[in-house]
Design a protein around this ligand. Structure first.
Ligand SMILES: NC(=O)c1ccc[n+]([C@@H]2O[C@H](COP(=O)([O-])OP(=O)(O)OC[C@H]3O[C@@H](n4cnc5c(N)ncnc54)[C@H](O)[C@@H]3O)[C@@H](O)[C@H]2O)c1
Length: 317
């Protein structure tokens, strides 16, 4: 049995597969050579992240392939239904990176309320000559404790965000098209835990009650946050999008930042990845990360071992 992990896999995943007698190849094969490689090396399982595309033509030209695995959540790069119609199993690891994304959201929020994104741009330039002016510029910070966090999309990541927010002492409100309520279990280091029941509320209410808003919905056809929704928010709100580019209108966001409606934004995902708009990149009120929500060593370990255990159970049964 052979696995080609074309976009890489953690060592823990390789070990788990090797222990089950499955060979793992971690060569990155160019997209146009992939079908030849898979057929020539008798690959049973193709593992990808977001870089490698697994479209109909590849599926058709690799009849020996049994499993397609995506390390992570989104399957936009795989023709899932077509693969399944051809008898292939398609697997992913939806929960493995939720906590990592949630922590990144808080990196943006904690950074945003103390202007770290802007201070990190200006300190290297003016920190030695205009220290006191910069100190004054960044003097009006805010605390998160006691503020209201609005979570749009109360699925896996939204709930992990809620756990951190509750730990920080924030009021948590949430809105979800399909979920009415959820019990959030906040675990502490010593084994204690506290359960919070949170009922979701309509989006309009969330928009006008939140001091900070974070989005955790899947990609969809229309913007979830556009001009109209920005208009419904409190003045000086902070907003984070670590979901998908296109969930927030970037044009409407820039307007809202310029008018002062939005105090700061944290973006991990962009409408035009991998070439985000220069208006977004150059805006000093936006805290920027290049789609690294899931990119922690812990998440990569969980992704690897979760994929390995699914592959072992499919191939060995
Ligand atoms: N930044 C990153 O690196 C990164 C990593 C992993 C996942 N993600 C993204 O995070 C998002 C959430 O992932 P998840 O695992 O929590 O998904 P999930 O399916 O567990 O949760 C999504 C929730 O959004 C709700 N929803 C859908 N449309 C909605 C709408 N218009 N308004 C309100 N609620 C709506 C759904 O009912 C669901 O409960 C996805 O877009 C995923 O692609 C980003």
């Amino acid at each position: 049995m052979k696995v080609l992990a074309n976009d890489g896999i953690s060592q823990s995943g390789i070990n788990a597969l090797n222990d089950a007698g499955i060979e793992v190849i971690t060569t990155t094969v160019a997209q146009e050579q992939l079908s030849n490689y898979i057929n020539a090396h008798h690959i049973d399982v193709l593992l990808v992240r977001s870089a490698t595309k697994v479209r109909k033509d590849l599926i058709d030209s690799c009849p020996g392939l049994k499993v397609i695995g995506r390390g992570g959540v989104g399957m936009d790069n795989i023709d899932v239904e077509y693969a399944q119609s051809k008898g292939l199993k398609v697997i992913n690891t939806p929960a493995a990176s939720s906590q990592s994304v949630a922590e990144l959201v808080f990196a943006h929020l904690f950074g945003g309320v103390r202007f770290l994104h802007d201070a990190n741009r200006n300190m290297p330039l003016d920190g030695d000559s205009k220290f006191n002016a910069l100190k004054k510029n960044y003097a009006n910070g805010n605390e998160l404790r006691g503020k209201t966090l609005g979570i749009v999309g109360f699925g896996r990541i939204g709930r992990e965000v809620a756990k951190i927010a509750l730990g920080v002492g924030m009021k948590v409100i949430a809105s979800d098209m399909f979920i009415d309520k959820a019990t959030i279990k906040v675990d502490f280091f010593d084994g204690q835990s506290v359960d919070f029941e949170i009922n979701t509320i309509p989006m309009d209410e969330l928009l006008n009650q939140s001091d900070f808003i974070t989005l955790h919905v899947p990609a969809q056809e229309d913007y979830v946050i556009g001009e109209k929704q920005f208009g419904q928010m409190k003045d000086g709100v902070g907003i984070v999008n670590a979901a998908r580019g296109g969930v927030i209108s970037e044009v409407a966001l820039i307007h809202a930042l310029e008018s002062g409606k939005v105090a700061f934004a944290g973006l991990d995902t962009f409408e035009s990845e991998p070439t985000p708009s220069v208006h977004v990149l150059m805006n000093g009120r936006i805290s920027l990360t290049p789609h690294i929500g899931a990119a922690t060593n812990e998440a990569q370990d969980r992704i690897g071992t979760e994929l390995a255990s699914q592959i072992v159970s499919i191939l060995k049964n």
